[in-house]
Design a protein around this ligand. Structure first.
Ligand SMILES: [Zn+2]
Length: 448
């Protein structure tokens, strides 16, 4: 398959902009990149798609999300408005997740995946919770991922909030799913990844952590956990264990090059240093942090120390261009310094750093158009009216590009959307089913 006549923005180490460019795809990977003239001569008998001057760039990578939260959109939360983060969990998230059935888990994943394809997102790292439907929940979400044709890594968040049996069931689900993915054929492993999910330090006791570590032995897996999202997580750790969250997790063996520490809003300089030493990845979620009013993570400090910080959405829309814009604005406003968090740094998080997180799960690269990388591409009908160069592309993106520009989405060499028509998922049918399911979920939440 040859895609011709595009303005190819490769990103990655090459970081080139190729006018009248073409990309040659063999199987699920990118096999050649160059000028349209040259590649059409080199591969004369290939199926061709004329990009008609559109922008061609890598699919977006989401470093942290929650498919299970989809039905929260438009739901009225019972009682008075939550006044802080623990109340947001109590009143909203810890009700909605308890209201989910296995069928709801799949449907909420499907609506998020439709949103992802529409907005050009091709790889997602998910963190799942459904305390009343734990066994098989990752299979239900996984089914949705496979139907969509996108790529996602899944885990179940272990927590003590549903008692010892709930924690054990979460551990079981992680172990079972990790083994299932490991033993799957390559075609499935290229779509599905798995890690060991933990909710957060303040919801997992030392005893539960020990059980998780014992269960994870021999699985060669990392952990995916919320870290210091709110100050209450740090307070809890200081009071109960006499140390800060990252210190505790490092001491217990949870951190490492395969682990993802989400948020780290309240991580102090010592904790940031420990994240660096343990090579733990961080996922920054500016829209969620602003919405929950938990504060602003010291992402600039993490950059300085060389921590790999990727960009997630924590369950906000999978239009990752939006997340990038918020990341760009948030740190400038907070520091009152227009020089900090340049668009180049935002794209570094969203593409190169998220690609490093994705490499925990998949060998071929994502987040760049390069030979050997997964053929995850999007076409956008963005018409630049100023010169577009590899140097200014990050600023073109922040100020000009959005998910609405995406017309075509390809993941692993397969078209999932062409001319804004979804090819793998039936959006109307999914939305109709989800609407019915959401009504029931909302009813169950009102009754809690
Ligand atoms: Zn989260």
């Amino acid at each position: 398959m040859l895609i011709t006549n595009g303005t190819v923005v490769t990103l990655g180490a090459d970081n080139r902009v190729i006018e009248n460019g073409a990309v040659y795809i063999r199987g699920d990977k990118i096999a050649d990149i160059g000028a349209t003239n040259a590649l059409t001569k080199k591969y004369p008998n290939e199926d061709c798609l004329d990009a008609q001057g559109k922008l061609m760039m890598p699919g977006s990578v989401v470093g942290h999300t929650h498919f299970y939260g989809a039905f929260a959109r438009g739901m009225s939360v019972p009682g008075s408005a939550a006044k802080n983060f623990p109340e947001i969990l109590d009143k909203l998230w810890w009700k909605i997740d308890r209201a989910l059935t296995l069928e709801d888990c799949k449907l909420s994943a499907l609506v998020c995946l439709v949103d992802a394809i529409r907005n050009g997102t091709t790889t997602l790292i998910d963190h799942h919770a459904s305390p009343n439907a734990i066994d098989g929940s990752l299979d239900a979400v996984g089914e949705a991922v496979l139907e969509s044709g996108l790529r996602a890594s899944l885990c179940y968040e272990v927590t003590d909030r549903n008692g010892a049996a709930g924690a054990k069931a979460g551990i079981r689900e992680n172990v079972r799913f990790i083994k299932r993915v490991r033993n799957s054929p390559l075609a499935i492993r290229n779509s599905l990844g798995a890690s060991f999910g933990l909710h957060a330090s303040f919801t997992v006791s030392d005893k539960t952590l020990e059980q998780c570590l014992a269960a994870a032995q021999g699985l060669n897996t990392g952990f995916h956990i919320h870290v210091g999202e709110d100050i209450s997580d740090e307070d809890d750790s200081l009071i109960k264990y006499g140390m800060r969250v990252v210190d505790r997790l490092a001491a217990r063996g949870i951190l490492g090059a395969k682990s993802i520490a989400v948020h780290c809003v309240n991580a102090d300089i010592g904790e940031i240093e420990l994240l660096r030493q343990t090579k733990t990845h961080v996922a920054h979620n500016p829209r969620s942090n602003m919405n929950n009013a938990v504060g602003v993570a010291d992402i600039l400090g993490m950059f300085r120390r060389g921590v790999n910080v990727g960009l997630g959405n924590d369950g906000f829309s999978n239009n990752h261009f939006q997340e990038m814009k918020f990341a760009y604005l948030l740190h400038k406003a907070t520091r009152r310094d227009p020089r900090v968090m340049g668009a180049d740094q935002v794209l570094q998080m969203a593409y190169a750093n998220n690609a490093k997180i994705a490499q925990i799960f998949w060998k071929p690269r994502v987040g760049e158009i390069s030979i050997g990388a997964f053929a995850d591409l999007v076409l956008l009908d963005y018409v630049p009216y100023t010169p577009l160069t590899s140097g200014n592309f990050p600023w073109q993106l922040i100020f000009g590009i959005d998910g609405a520009h995406v017309t075509h989405t390809m993941c692993a060499g397969k078209w999932l959307m062409k001319d804004r028509q979804l090819l793998t998922l039936d959006e109307d049918a999914i939305a109709a089913k989800a609407k019915q399911a959401a009504k029931k979920v909302w009813k169950r939440v009102q009754q809690m």
